[in-house]
Design a binder for this molecule. Structure first.
Ligand code: SAM
Length: 351
């Protein structure tokens, strides 16, 4: 049955995805073991006792996952798909699930091996989609999306995701275009954070024309640019040089100062921070701004060390949560390793 939990992740972060799903499943009393091969781009949790996708989607909450890019409930791996007829055995497995699907995505790990399969999956997709329709497996009213996750042309996972509890993006990867006017590639990190970690309602409510922001470690200005683009006035703190075109917008004040020492005279709506520093150090700084009311909301990056990344991330969350609580503030902390994040994660704090 569809009892295994298949998680896509950034290659190199399988251990973190595994640590995370182990902690979560333990908390909800679901016992089993995780398989996560280094640099494979995915991890799989195998439970001891069978449950189904209805039960799993109630117990697991996709937005709360940090390292996994996608949450899928999968059958056991299929290892020997015959090359002369792939469709019939796939259909047989899919029909056994008893489900119908609103969509079907053919995916691969986000690795070099995975990319080599793109031509194959593209060719296969036309015929396969036709077969799914012929066998009445597609239904636009279904909550389930079908995923065929190819590890090679003969090995794969068949799985489903709940459209209300998963990434709405194939492979969990947003395809964002970088504007020519943006001062740096880092700009995509903040763009992705605001577009994927806030719902569209929240984007309207929390990102308004005329709001104020401070950007710590702002140069050359990729993050500041995203805020200016959304109509905000930004104070950019950095000893480096800011992009001249961005400064010409008249919406940016550049102050050459240490981001750990700067304090705004008037509280701002948003604090954003992309300084390269130890994650606990950044978290303490963010906790201070939030708890002292220097900002209402925050987005920041935590650069992760080589080891014990999942533990450090939990410690960072605790620092912020505890300091806000001590000041009587109930904050909502969202953490995610975004597609544009490398050895780092992005944190959004709302209250
Ligand atoms: N977010 C920026 C963008 O999109 O263009 C890129 C930021 S870059 C990764 C990190 C910046 O943090 C550097 O420009 C560096 O000068 C600055 N920085 C590092 N430590 C700092 C500190 N203590 N105070 C102020 N800026 C700092």
């Amino acid at each position: 049955s569809l009892q295994n939990i298949l998680l896509y992740c950034r290659p190199g972060f399988e251990k973190e995805a595994a640590a995370e799903i182990s902690a979560i499943t333990q908390r909800i009393g679901l016992y089993g073991y995780v398989k996560a091969k280094a640099d494979s781009g995915y991890a799989v949790f195998h439970p001891q006792s069978a449950s189904g996708p209805e039960q799993l989607t109630q117990q697991l909450h996709y937005p709360a996952l940090i390292f996994p890019r996608q949450l899928i409930f999968a059958l056991d791996m299929i290892k020997d798909l015959p090359s002369d007829d792939r469709i019939s055995p796939l259909l047989a497995h899919i029909q056994q699930t008893g489900l119908t699907f609103n969509d079907c995505w053919l995916e691969t790990p986000d690795t070099n091996d995975g990319k080599q399969l793109n031509t194959f999956t593209r060719k296969f997709s036309g015929l396969f989609n036709k077969a799914l329709k012929q066998h009445r497996l597609m239904d636009s009213g279904s909550r389930w999306r079908l995923h065929i996750f190819f590890l090679s042309s003969s090995a794969l996972y068949i799985g489903v995701s709940d459209t209300n509890n998963s990434s709405p993006l194939p492979m969990g990867i947003p395809r964002l275009r970088m504007s020519r006017a943006a001062p740096s590639r880092s700009t995509l990190k903040l763009d992705e954070a605001l577009k994927t970690m806030l719902s569209s309602d929240e984007q309207q409510r929390y990102l308004q024309n005329g709001m104020s922001a401070v950007d710590l470690g702002a140069c050359p200005g990729g993050w500041t640019w995203q805020l200016v683009n959304r109509g905000m006035r930004v104070t950019a703190i950095d000893n480096g040089a800011m992009n001249e075109e961005l400064m010409a917008s008249g919406l940016v004040t550049h102050i050459r100062a240490d981001g750990f020492k700067f304090t705004p005279e008037i509280p701002v709506d948003w604090l954003v921070c992309d300084m390269v520093e130890r994650p606990l150090h950044i978290s303490r700084l963010m906790a201070r701004w939030l708890s002292e009311g220097l900002c209402r909301y925050a987005v920041f990056n935590l650069k992760l060390p080589m080891k014990q990344r999942y533990d450090i991330v939990q410690q960072c969350r605790d620092i912020i949560e505890e300091e806000c609580l001590a000041h009587g503030l109930k904050c909502q902390i969202r953490m995610k390793q975004l597609y544009h994040d490398r050895e780092e994660i992005t944190v959004v704090v709302l209250q």
